[in-house]
Design a protein around this ligand. Structure first.
Ligand code: AHR
Length: 369
């Protein structure tokens, strides 16, 4: 583990390595340093000397430098996740945050990580777009002795020591919860398994959220005899959700359940259903199309769940800033955090028929949205 040097040594080192953009990011502290040196140089000139002595006794707190590579801004979940990080890693809390938006491109995220390494940050936090393709750059970080914390989705690395720890959701459990709810709902309403004609509008292919949620449905469909007609990506965006759903409505007359791998795509799906002159809702025996979804962050989606237009939402919690900070604090204290840290999440539905579900012997209460 890298040793922390004093704040002044650290900043002088970083100033040397940083480009102009990042010099600007640490400018306030650099200014404190300049003022501090000037005050020391001209210290004898009058009443300010008292002030200088006071400053020398209370030098600025050391700042932990965190480089955060966010994958993009595809959804409300992602925006809430970015905000949580920005609000946690503030100067007031003792951090200098260098934030880079990968704009949905893994290559940009890899470039950002390389920049963080050049800048000799104290910690790298990576929210990876997809699971594969990170080994080389993580090895570079490890060679530079910079701890890497993975957040939200995971990286598929054979060598688990390429990163320090991970915090995020159990995406497959989210999928299992949704399927347990759907199975119980069908049973409660006397709908035969083979009468569930399902399409899965998936998230970004290769992302952990997509892999887990898709697996949850594929397994449940196979085990229960549901008719899973198609899996197609809507890339976690509202626009793609709408486009893909329009196409699916043209293709399948009997489609009656849309398993939508996030709320933003569900909003697009609801538009497409309305445009096609159909109705979204849980009454599939009478021609409605049931939409179920994941996240529970977007207020519009929560409202639509209260109104029964989205029948069920499995929560995916984006507020990882404080969780990542807790891991950094442990590392700063020389402790070894848990390698994998899961977040507890709920499931929401306005439907009265199913008020709890059970998965692997664990009971989950179904909350009102
Ligand atoms: O990785 C978490 C997923 O990514 C969220 O469910 C989705 O909305 C986001 O874009």
């Amino acid at each position: 583990m890298k040793k922390h040097i004093t704040w002044i040594q650290h900043k002088l080192g970083i100033q040397h390595k940083l480009g102009l953009q990042h010099k600007l990011q640490i400018q306030p502290k650099a200014w404190i340093l300049i003022l501090f040196v000037m005050a020391a140089l001209f210290g004898g000139c009058g009443r300010d000397s008292d002030h200088t002595e006071a400053q020398a006794e209370n030098p600025p707190e050391p700042s932990v430098v965190v480089g955060f590579s966010q994958l993009g801004a595809e959804s409300d979940w992602r925006s809430a996740n970015t905000d949580s990080m920005l609000q946690t890693f503030t100067r007031e809390n003792g951090y200098t945050l260098i934030y880079e938006n990968g704009q949905q491109q893994q290559s940009k995220q890899i470039t950002a990580i390389r920049k963080f390494i050049q800048q000799d940050v104290d910690y790298i936090v990576l929210a990876p777009e997809k699971e594969t393709g990170w080994e080389s750059v993580l090895e570079e970080a490890r060679n530079a002795e910079i701890p890497v914390i993975i957040v939200d989705r995971r990286v598929a690395a054979a060598d688990k020591n390429l990163y320090t720890c991970w915090v995020g959701s159990d995406f497959e459990l989210e999928g299992k919860k949704m399927c347990a709810w759907l199975g119980s709902f069908a049973e409660a309403h006397g709908i035969a398994p083979e009468e569930l004609h399902i399409v899965n509008i998936q998230g970004t292919i290769g992302s952990t959220a997509q892999i887990g949620r898709t697996r949850g449905l594929a397994n449940a469909a196979r085990e229960n005899g549901w008719d899973l007609m198609e899996e197609i990506s809507g890339d976690f965006t509202e626009t793609r959700g709408r486009e893909v759903m329009s196409m699916l409505l043209d293709k399948y007359d009997n489609l009656n359940v849309v398993y939508c791998e996030n709320d933003n795509m569900a909003l697009g799906v609801l538009d497409a259903i309305e445009e096609a002159g159909r109705t979204a809702g849980s009454d599939i025996a009478n021609g409605e199309i049931m939409v179920v979804s994941f996240d529970g962050v977007n207020e519009e989606a929560r409202e639509l769940a209260r109104a029964g237009k989205i029948s069920c939402i499995a929560e995916c919690n984006p507020l990882h800033g404080p969780r990542v900070e807790a891991l950094i604090r442990q590392l700063e204290a020389g402790e070894e955090p848990e390698k994998h840290n899961y977040v507890d999440e709920k499931i929401f539905s306005a439907e009265e028929a199913v008020r709890e579900i059970e998965i692997d012997g664990v009971t989950y209460k179904v909350e009102k949205p």
